[in-house]
Design a protein around this ligand. Structure first.
Ligand code: 5CA
Ligand code: ZN
Length: 431
């Protein structure tokens, strides 16, 4: 799938600074291992039916800064993202508004691309939709069945298309995976069983489905239903992919195993990241990722922003009202990646004023500096030290504040400041 127009990312001198992040699975801050000189990252993409609200933007801007930090340490970055372009919420939404689900997905994905480009987010190297991944999903589900990690559950004949009397869905067997692999239910999310039982039905799970071995077993393949999209599933019969297997399959095909960081908002801890990791381990015996890093939830008036609550602040809406996309980035980066926060006009105004202060300081900055061009100076050091320490963007912004207030020890030229702030924070201070 086409991604979006990449922003300008200027080169800066490489500064070695190993990244430490909070890992949800271990509930501890850990050093992110670097294998074969690369930063490897999968971030769960949008389900294109309510793009792009500030919650989405929060996720992708914080991970963008992670990518920028890796680049700033001289690493190559391998970044993969999906688009859940077929799933229940999208199909339900399309039916509710009377449009074809494909048109809704394409329209919202396009809006997302425009918003990401406006916010200066570096696009992933691999950007893939669920629809274009169906053959690989079929491969992996067949493999899980062969390995005894999945089982079939007959679909309700009432739901099947005209002329079909029987068809099976396929479910992941949590119990078999716990016995046959190192994965345990709760290993990634860190939740206990009661919490998982509470979250599962609200996040796409179907604990009540008759015939399941464990109420928490997730769907891998849904047999074709009346009026639902469907694809060739070879031995599985026609149908469509479950949700978690999509990300597991895309990550397994396009990243090493394990890759360094699996990311997304904290609402993906369970069931999504729990089970995409479980599916991957059950398929080939190797853990999916080294570190599971989750960003906070953005709300409005104290409630999580979501289509169902109708409290969306759209990025395109803010920009249409005249908000500067750089101020939107600063707004997002003013809170720590892991912090939950609520949008207010006041916060956006503060971010806009901060941008103006930085621009004024840049206009006053000297042409000359007391550092060789290939040597990192204090501004870069300050920003990257903050980012290396748990991706602390607020501390990185405070470093820029200190520079703007003339508090850094060394003199940095205007050119260098622009380059460093653009490369690491994605904020272009010129103009
Ligand atoms: N397509 C799946 C992931 S495979 C999905 O969750 N799509 S989504 O459109 O619902 O969310 C896309 C990303 O935005 C996810 O990382 C999700 O955690 C994050 N997100 C969604 N709502 C919010 C919110 N209110 N605040 C912060 N992040 C959010
Ligand atoms: Zn995902």
């Amino acid at each position: 799938m086409r991604s979006w127009t990449p922003p300008e990312v200027p080169e800066i001198p490489a500064l070695s600074a190993s990244l430490h992040l909070h890992d949800t699975a271990r509930d501890a801050v850990v050093e992110v291992p670097v294998r074969t000189g690369r930063g490897t990252l999968y971030v769960c993409g949008i389900t294109p039916y309510d793009a792009t609200h500030l919650g989405h933007a929060n996720t992708y801007v914080h991970f963008d800064v992670l990518v920028r930090h890796w680049l700033g340490t001289g690493l190559e970055v391998q970044y993969v993202q999906n688009v859940t372009d077929v799933d229940d919420p999208l199909i339900e939404r399309a039916a509710a508004v009377g449009v074809d689900w494909r048109d809704l997905a394409e329209e919202q994905t396009e809006l997302f691309r425009e918003d990401m480009a406006a916010l200066g987010v570096i696009p992933p190297g691999v950007y893939l939709g669920a629809v274009e991944t169906v053959p690989q999903v079929v491969e992996d589900v067949e493999r899980l069945l062969e390995r005894g990690m999945a089982y079939r559950v007959p679909a309700d004949p009432e739901e099947l298309p005209e002329g079909t009397s029987e068809a099976d869905d396929v479910y992941f067997d949590d119990g078999a995976a716990e016995t046959g692999t190192d994965w345990r239910l709760g290993a990634v999310s860190g939740y206990d069983r009661l919490t998982m039982e509470r979250l599962f039905p609200d996040r796409g799970g179907d604990p009540e489905r008759p015939g399941k071995r464990d109420p928490l077993d997730p769907l891998l393949w849904r047999a074709r239903r009346r009026d639902e999209p469907h694809w060739d599933g070879r031995s599985l019969g026609r149908g469509r992919p479950g949700w978690h297997i999509e990300c597991s399959v895309i990550a397994r095909r396009h990243l090493p195993a394990p890759f360094a960081v699996q990311g997304g908002g904290s609402d993906l801890r369970f069931p999504h990241h729990e089970f995409s990791a479980a599916h991957a381990t059950a398929a080939d015996g190797v853990p999916l990722a080294d570190v599971y890093f989750h960003t906070g939830m953005v709300g409005l008036d104290g409630e999580k922003m979501s289509k169902s609550k109708g409290n969306l602040v759209l990025v395109s809406g803010l920009l249409a009202e005249g908000a500067d996309p750089r101020a939107v980035r600063i707004l997002i980066l003013s809170e720590h990646a892991r912090t939950d926060w609520s949008f207010t006009r006041d916060r956006l105004d503060r971010a806009t004023r901060r941008l103006a202060r930085w621009q004024e300081a840049l206009a006053r900055a000297p042409e000359e500096e007391d550092r060789a061009a290939d040597e990192p100076e204090d501004l870069q050091r300050g920003i990257q030290t903050a980012l290396a320490d748990g991706l602390d963007a607020p501390a990185a912004l405070r470093t820029v504040d200190r520079w703007a207030a003339g508090e850094l020890a060394t003199t940095t030229s205007a050119r260098r400041v622009r380059t460093v702030v653009l490369a690491l924070l994605g904020v272009d201070l010129t103009a």
